[in-house]
Design a protein around this ligand. Sequence first.
Ligand code: ADP
Length: 152
Amino acid sequence: MTRIAIFPGSFSPFTNGHKSIVDRAMPMFEKIIIAIGINSKKDQYFSIEERIQWIKDIYKGNSKIEVKFYEGLTIDMCEKENANYILRGLRDSHDFKFEKNIAQTNKSLNPNIETIFLVSHPQVSHISSTIIRDIIKNGGDVSKFIPKEVNL
Ligand code: ADP
């Protein structure tokens, strides 16, 4: 069976924390689809097009990585893409509490899909897209926290 994972998120913007999870998961899967979820309640500070382009630039030439966007349920996206795995990163206990309920609910909706968690590296566990957006809005320098391809 081909191991295909969906890595869902807002990626607004894609950070070194996200990159670390994708890079570490790369040997585990034949394909990883980085799936930008469109959530009308969330801050759409960056357009879908620019978020897709940044990720494409980061993984240019890497045939294992695809970038897509989706609306609706992540498990529906998995079914559409024949993905049996959802990849998520865990920074702390707050992420765990939130992710546990989503993973258990998804498992009950579709028992064939497993959520795989990678605990973040301590060097990047403080990085969050929300904090990065706040720094940007206030004119600060975020270059330490994002891949160089994320050209703001
Ligand atoms: P969402 O809005 O779905 O939480 P994000 O773009 O914030 O989307 O995050 C997507 C995934 O990346 C989530 O599993 C999140 O826990 C993980 N993630 C975000 N930042 C980091 C980080 N610094 N280290 C490890 N994982 C991270």
